[in-house]
Ligand binder design. Sequence first.
Ligand SMILES: CC(=O)N[C@H]1[C@@H](OP(=O)(O)OP(=O)(O)OC[C@H]2O[C@@H](n3ccc(=O)[nH]c3=O)[C@H](O)[C@@H]2O)O[C@H](CO)[C@@H](O)[C@@H]1O[C@H](C)C(=O)N[C@@H](C)C(=O)N[C@H](CCC(=O)O)C(=O)O
Ligand SMILES: Nc1ncnc2c1ncn2[C@@H]1O[C@H](COP(=O)(O)OP(=O)(O)OP(=O)(O)O)[C@@H](O)[C@H]1O
Ligand SMILES: N[C@H](CCC[C@H](N)C(=O)O)C(=O)O
Ligand SMILES: [Mg+2]
Length: 484
Amino acid sequence: MRLGSLVEGLDAAMSGEAGTSAGLDSSVTGFAIDNRKVAPGTVFGAFQGLRVNGEDYIADAVKAGAVAVVARPEAKVEGAIHIAHANPRRLLALMAARYFAPFPDVTVAVTGTNGKTSTVELARQLWRMMGHKSASIGTLGVTTSVDQVSTGLTTPDIVTFLANMSGLRREGITHAAFEASSHGLDQYRTEGLPVIAGAFTNLSRDHLDYHGDMESYFDAKMRLFDEVVSADGAAVVWADDAWSAKVIDRVQARGLRLLTVGAQGDALRLVNRTPTHLGQTLEIEAEGKLYKVNLPLIGAYQAANALTAAGLVIATGGDTAKVLELLGRVQPVRGRLERAVISKAGAPVYVDYAHTPDGLKAAIEALRPHTRGKLITLFGAGGDRDAGKRPLMGKVAAELSDHVIVTDDNPRSEEPSAIRAAVLAGARQAQEIGGRRAAIAAAIALAGPDDIVLLAGKGHEQGQIIGDRVLPFDDVTVARECAG
Ligand SMILES: CC(=O)N[C@H]1[C@@H](OP(=O)(O)OP(=O)(O)OC[C@H]2O[C@@H](n3ccc(=O)[nH]c3=O)[C@H](O)[C@@H]2O)O[C@H](CO)[C@@H](O)[C@@H]1O[C@H](C)C(=O)N[C@@H](C)C(=O)N[C@H](CCC(=O)O)C(=O)O
Ligand SMILES: Nc1ncnc2c1ncn2[C@@H]1O[C@H](COP(=O)(O)OP(=O)(O)OP(=O)(O)O)[C@@H](O)[C@H]1O
Ligand SMILES: N[C@H](CCC[C@H](N)C(=O)O)C(=O)O
Ligand SMILES: [Mg+2]
């Protein structure tokens, strides 16, 4: 592909060879945002990061064969074409999207503090049951009905993201749902391609180490509706969150088609919700009719994600009655209220990915109606992440559980006992057991036949990150080993 066709019509200033026909005729062979991935013919995006300044690697990228560099006007580029823009991340996304097109015809995105993975996964399942070839991209990796490949991050970098989307299209995928994390939105990691609908799940405390305060965190998420979703696209908004009204204002200001879902929703109104032994019965009002759905997943939060996923499928052309009927047949989402084992004493042990105060509350409340005896909650907080959420997680767990065990969850570069102390500051009565395996064993040993054990924070994760080492660790496997 010629460089000229990748920049034509985009608002970018070019220097070096660019003004000449030779420059615009240069053949582009790929994109990279890391100089170590540059090959001859690559367009290199030089971004200022939190850790290092990508502009410091421009000379190395040129040496490796970069044909052009997308960077701020003040960056120094010699020996390649400088494509200058005040926001190089955004410009690179637009150019790379032209390079990697085409993409799946129907692409939707989900943002929110909690529920993104569950919602994209449930949307993928609904599409599949409707006969579409579908995929999701997010924390669980790139998932299709036949494959799951991990990318390491919830929202991979822009080049990986667009290359994956393009690859899915080549495999025949027509429908794709992806997670738009606040980091990803802030860093323009998931855009450039047409996104025909976006969804909002909820907003609560997380990632303030990165965003500073809740308003900035909210603004980062709102880029999905302000800029990423196509101007003629739709927004599906969970209506029962404290931030929902503000989201709706933004959506309406942009002029997107709005579908609200939840007890306060209009498109899918949740009229009633009754927990059953293996799931819950939902009564949903839509288009003037009342539908009854036997959702095979437990917990109010899973009902919320199921409704948001249904909203996305309906917003992109799905028939309402059919979509609601299919909700009765969805499969559980890996690591989200997953029942790992029943202990020798008879206590069910659940694994859940709750890693915020609000997530813990949602997970505990989901299990409470199923608990006859004690609810035993085990969790920790991640190192090198928002420290302010730690005591709040402790407080929620202590208030809503009958017994709390505070342990480790990816301490990363931090001292595990200091993280536990910060959590314990909000949960003074809690038991402290460093070392997650020993803690899980203790939690299970404590549980009688009427009790329930919740292992929170790691969900599907396959490792415990200690320092810069990732030690194999899977809550489900360890629970089975400790179950007796
Ligand atoms: C805080 C954060 O989001 N950091 C991500 C971000 O880093 P950054 O832009 O600040 O980059 P940097 O490391 O300072 O480097 C600047 C630039 O120089 C380039 N570089 C760097 C070194 C080099 O030798 N050569 C080179 O070219 C880098 O590719 C980059 O473009 O861009 C990098 C490249 O894509 C990511 O690897 C990195 O993720 C780090 C590892 C991370 O831990 N991110 C987490 C917090 C994250 O993003 N999490 C969210 C999930 C949150 C949630 O859903 O709850 C996610 O979407 O996964
Ligand atoms: N709608 C919801 N409301 C409140 N809590 C939720 C909701 N959905 C999920 N949770 C909680 O958050 C946890 C993570 O869910 P999920 O993986 O779907 O969210 P996510 O937004 O993708 O998270 P991440 O930010 O790590 O990518 C769940 O295990 C549950 O404890
Ligand atoms: N996407 C979240 C996942 C947290 C999971 C938890 N196990 C932890 O490591 O804190 C993050 O990167 O903050
Ligand atoms: Mg996720």
